[in-house]
Design a protein around this ligand. Sequence first.
Ligand code: GLY
Length: 425
Amino acid sequence: MKVLVIGNGGREHAIAWRIAQSAQVSDVFVAPGNGGTALDPLLKNVAITNLDELAAFAKKEGIDLTVVGPEAPLAAGVVDLFREQGLAVFGPTKAAAQLESSKDFAKAFMVRHNIPTSAYATFTLPEEAHAYINEQGAPIVVKADGLAAGKGVVVAQTLQEAHDAVDAMLGDGSLGAAGARVVIEGFLAGEEASFIVMCDGKNVLPMATSQDHKRQLDNDQGPNTGGMGAYSPAPIVSDRLHERIMQEVIYPTIQGMEKDGITFTGFLYAGLMIDDGNDEERSIKVLEFNCRMGDPETQPIMMRLQGDYADTLLKAAQGKLDQASISWDPRTALGVVMASYNYPGTPRTGDVITGIPAAQKECVTFHAGSTLQDNQLLTSGGRVLCVTALGDTVQQARETAYATVKQIKFDGQQYRSDIAWRALK
Ligand code: GLY
């Protein structure tokens, strides 16, 4: 079986790495891939990003299954394009991907189908947005409606921060078309969890739970990032909460999309906020939907995934997820993101990376913003690596991951030293 993974991040490296371990897989292509996928002897980078060219490549190579990692090609309709050409692909259609590509679409959908989320309003005119903020008070959340590569959410602690975010997005056009419309929503307190399922249009298969660390600095300080580390499982998601999340969020979402005439296939990622209390009563609210796996959540999830994942993905693409099984290593997996100088601002690139040890059963370094040039690994993006380790305990996984992090060198490197602090509390 030949598989194509679309994307170039740590998520795609981890998915491709896991797929390549399947006995029935002969080739795994990653388009365009990164320095880590270039170095992995079981993976082959393909320097294509144009969607029509990717479909032509998949036809020419006889690709049996394509898995799409990031949101941008999904929002641009890569799944629709591949299906029109008779190619097996796992991901949501362009219409279904609106759950992520338009925050206004997602909020209206949740309200329509009674899926728990915070109150909101959507604006294109700055004066109306400012008036709403003054009426609601702070803290308050300002979100760009469209895809903004992790830069579209401002959790404003003060009215001034919220007004500044509106001025930047609606006034100055800081995020271009993505920020030409903003969703302003109520701030939610509690503990976040990432709850991701696979869906084939009818059947739903939950992935292991996880939690990421969105702030740049230790103790959840500093600006939001795409994610500075993650671990799985998320201890907050007890068996009872798992059941409630499926009943209160996941099934109503899949069924709601169907009622709206949109069949959902692909990964559905519900970013949740869970408040305090006992598991029967605590509120579970949706912060956001994504139509893909999380990054860096995927890296620890793939470390724990057991069995033939290529087979599971193929069955998912064929609408036979009810015939697939998935099991999880009971140990904890924990990933530490190593980022470039100045991330999450414009990252410096071109720094030489050294000291990455060979992958081991208990610790794998997944690459994201790295590139291989003349046999030298260089930084090429904000989040460069995600060092991911398994351990019998959270503490052990953490020690293994940080022992590897300390061996890896590149100028300007930054990472958090407290990944999984909540799980250790
Ligand atoms: N780690 C958050 C995300 O993938 O959206």
